[in-house]
Ligand binder design. Structure first.
Ligand code: EPZ
Length: 418
């Protein structure tokens, strides 16, 4: 079993470089199947989710390789349109192969990823979109079967704001005949990044990042190059860590506009936030005050920043609260934080944090990707040794996280125990 051993307390100081956005890359790489040519993708983080997607692309007949720091995908010869359960069970974002294979081959067979730590993770809005484009969709033997002789434009009003369904709709519609209109869409930075990638390959998509996306189908997407945007959540994670440890960190390679909600909440808590063109400095030079947070779709406070923020709130005198409005069960990590001395009460979709308790190191586990990052931050704040199990969750989405934290003065070891 692999673990992180975190020795605290530590004040983080120095500079950290943010990698490419995981939630953009896990959609852009499946989208390369829509390209009848070679895609050169820059700024792809070397994380386990990317390695799984590379294996899936190869299983479908694409040629995938790193050339220096550019991931090259040659999808001119696709030999299959089926994504096996052995991949889907490891990667929730395997559902993006539904839209890209349907758009490429007129057929997609993708195993259902199933639920996870956050809850049921339904895909009804994805299926609604594929049916709207004219595909026949059925679920059998744990897989989604989508078939369509030809995809035609549609007008979809999403029942819920869904990142995945918005992206899958763009993938399915970009080669469908006519003008597809999507309303009540997600507006996250990674939505815009996927649309920009598709347009760079020859698609005709407008309105990404607003409430209405319009997609005029094109006959073919050629090859090309594209650089992935910086990861908003990785940047936010290091900003929270700097504040929680009362440090002084320059977070580099960010788009400050994407960070506005996080920066605003930190400033509300008296944390110092200084913005530059492509970096943000986070520092603490006065007493902090606690706050209230409600997670919302972008540009609201990101649900993927929720666990990390709870750790900061636990270090600040006074009462903080977090209302989780996106996922039905995203508070499992609070049980781990309570073992380190945090005073947190969860009632329904709200966690109340009585801050100011002194955290002490303890053996804990990562309940999911972002909860795992929160455990690292808690270990940096706590007095003593924190052992974090199930770090595979963390390494799915954070590139070189131990090296990056240790370069800021942390003392974290990655160990393997029989
Ligand atoms: C994406 O998940 C992210 N994952 C999640 O980040 C993130 O928490 C989430 O968006 C919200 O921002 C990736 O991008 C790979 P949704 P996704 O569809 O697309 C409901 C991380 O830590 N819903 O926006 O699966 C759903 O139950 C991960 O990086 C339906 O009801 O999320 C949820 O309540 C964790 N029907 C809400 O919508 C559907 O068909 C938002 O889900 C789809 C979703």
């Amino acid at each position: 079993m692999n673990k992180f051993i975190v020795h605290g307390p530590t004040r983080l100081r120095g500079e950290v470089e943010i990698s490419g956005a995981k939630n953009a890359v896990v959609a852009i790489l499946p989208a390369t199947l829509l390209v009848d040519g070679v895609s050169h993708i820059e700024n792809v983080p070397r994380i386990s989710d990317v390695r799984i997607i590379m294996d899936i692309l190869r299983s479908l007949g694409a040629e995938v390789e790193w050339q220096d720091n550019v991931l090259t995908v040659d999808s001119r010869r696709i030999t299959s349109c089926e994504v096996d359960y052995k991949y889907a069970k490891k990667l929730r974002a395997s559902y993006y192969f539904m839209g890209s294979l349907l758009g490429r081959c007129g057929k997609a067979v993708v195993a259902l990823p199933g639920g996870c730590a956050l809850g049921a993770r339904p895909i009804d809005q994805h299926i609604k979109t594929f049916k709207g484009l004219g595909a026949e969709v059925r679920i059998e033997h744990g897989s989604v079967y989508c078939t369509s002789a030809s995809l035609n434009s549609t007008h979809i009003y999403f029942d819920v704001v869904s990142v995945g369904a918005t992206i899958n709709a763009m993938l399915g519609a970009c080669k469908a005949k006519g003008l597809t209109i999507l309303e009540n869409v997600a507006k996250e930075p990674h939505i815009v990044d996927v649309a920009n990638f598709l347009n760079a390959m020859g698609a005709n998509i407008s309105g990404a990042g607003t409430d209405v996306i319009k997609i005029r189908g094109v006959a073919r997407l050629g090859g090309g190059s594209y650089a992935v945007i910086p990861d908003q959540i990785e940047a936010g994670t290091f900003m929270m860590a700097a504040a929680a440890t009362r440090g002084d960190v320059l977070v580099r390679n960010v788009i400050p506009k994407h960070m506005e909600c996080i920066s605003g909440k930190l400033r509300e808590m008296n944390v110092g936030v200084e913005e530059f063109d492509d970096s943000i400095r986070v520092f603490v030079d006065r007493p902090l005050q606690n706050a209230r947070v409600k997670t919302m779709p972008y540009p609201g406070f990101p649900t993927d920043m929720q666990p990390q923020t709870a750790v900061l709130m636990a270090t600040v005198e006074g009462t903080g609260s977090i209302k989780e409005s996106i996922w039905e069960s995203r508070f499992r990590y609070t049980e781990e934080l309570k073992r380190m001395g945090a005073d947190i009460t969860v009632s329904g979709e709200t966690a109340t944090i009585n801050g100011g308790a002194k955290l002490t190191g303890a053996p804990v586990k990562a309940c999911d990707l972002r909860a795992g990052a929160a455990m690292i931050i808690a270990g940096l704040v706590a007095n003593g040794r924190t052992e974090i199990e199930e770090i595979e969750y963390i390494e799915r989405g954070y590139e070189d996280i131990v090296r990056k934290f240790n370069a800021l003065g942390a003392n974290i070891e990655r160990v393997t125990e029989d």
